[in-house]
Design a protein around this ligand. Structure first.
Ligand SMILES: [Mg+2]
Length: 382
């Protein structure tokens, strides 16, 4: 079997799908994207194309190494996202060629159902309680929300009280009937992370995500020393070589590699196994589309330490399209009390509505995250 063609489709709300074709008629789908930089990743995919055309798509390990090592420069958000989507499509082809789901090729299921959680609220945490009420009717009992709005390197008692007060209200409205993680989203710097973590402890969040940015990962062990809240991070780390450093340094309880950013299934299975050796849980990042979600589930279902799967059904970012809009086997993604079953179809288990993808790609918007500024006019982390 030989790879004959790569085609990318940028689609709403902010995703990109990749179709890889073969001379035997088997087609694989991937989702190579960085939110807000889809065109840049698209170019990176095109630059990988000469390494792939004419090659056997079943030699995934070799093609991964060719893409990673063959170009001298490697790593980072753009290249690893391009590789991730290509890798997903290759696994899809291999599974379809052999007539089995990818998790069978990775050794088989370690669980029968996977717990998912749902985002609640917008970027500005308001009406969170109402949002949780609605999602509970849909069966969810585990949520994630942003912890703060813009937050200064040093900020006021009022800002701390506003952030903590919101969480206190949520816990008191629902008691222990729900669980929630709090995403600091890189908005909080090390000096205030200490203050917030200590103040949030009584409300027992499942985890605090990106308590500081990944580029300040040296703080993770120090913050973990002073709080009982499990710390999570990983959506802005792109390979096992980056994760190696945080595993070694300690501090994280949960790692959140993104299957569309961190080199795909081939790389994230390894990251998951490294995490297991350190007693660290896995919760793949996925505010993306259906192929990314299907790829995450392949890893979750073979990783003993996978605890939670993010998914973007109904997320506030999805303006113009929903996760299952591009999927024909929607029933396979059915959530029951927040759990999803192994996708039964061969390959990644997602059947793409190509006509709809082509149509949607004709008017794809260039999504950008908002640019926030502090009151004094300086740029704030979003
Ligand atoms: Mg996050």
């Amino acid at each position: 079997m030989k790879i004959t063609k790569l085609t990318t489709y940028r689609v709403p709300p902010r995703w990109m799908l990749l179709k890889i074709e073969t001379d035997e008629g088997i087609v694989g789908w991937g989702e190579p994207v960085i939110e807000g930089k889809a065109r840049t990743v698209e170019t990176a995919v095109q630059e990988f194309e000469p390494y792939l055309i004419g090659q056997d798509p079943r030699r995934i390990n070799d093609l991964w190494q060719v893409m990673y090592r063959g170009g001298f420069y490697r790593g980072g958000a753009i290249l690893m996202s391009a590789m991730a989507g290509i890798d997903q499509a290759l696994w899809d082809i291999k599974g379809k060629a052999l007539g089995v789901p990818v998790y069978e090729l990775l050794g088989g299921l370690v669980r029968d159902r996977m717990k998912t959680y749902s985002w609640v609220g917008g970027d500005r945490p308001a009406d969170v309680i109402e949002g949780i009420r609605t999602l509970r009717e849909a069966g969810f009992d585990t949520f994630k929300m942003n912890g703060t709005e813009e937050f200064g390197i040093i900020d006021s008692a009022a800002a701390v009280d506003a952030a903590v007060g919101r969480i206190a209200e949520i816990r008191s409205a629902f008691g222990n009937e729900i669980e929630f993680g709090i995403d600091f989203h890189g908005r909080v710097a090390a000096p205030m992370a200490k203050v917030l973590l200590r103040a949030l402890e009584p409300y027992r969040p499942l985890f605090v995500e990106e308590p500081v940015l990944a580029e300040q990962a040296e703080y993770y062990p120090r913050l973990a020393e002073m709080t009982s809240i499990p710390l999570a991070a990983g959506e802005r780390m792109y390979s096992r070589f980056e994760f190696k450093n945080v595993f070694h340094a300690g501090g994280l309880s949960i790692v959140q590699p993104d299957l569309s950013h961190a080199g795909g299934i081939t790389e994230c299975v390894k990251i998951a196994a490294m995490a297991e050796a350190y007693d660290i849980a896995l919760a793949p990042h996925c505010p993306l589309g259906p192929v990314a979600l299907a790829a995450c589930l392949q890893v979750d279902f073979v990783s003993h330490n996978a605890v939670l799967q993010e998914q973007s059904m109904g997320i506030h970012y999805n303006k113009g399209a929903e996760v299952l809009d591009y999927v024909t086997n929607k029933e396979d993604f059915h959530l029951e009390n927040g759990y999803i079953k192994p996708l039964p179809k061969p390959g990644l288990g997602v059947e793409i509505d190509e006509k709809r993808v082509i149509e949607a790609s004709k008017n794809a918007p260039d999504w950008r995250n908002p640019l926030w500024r502090h009151f004094d006019g300086s740029v704030a982390e979003w």
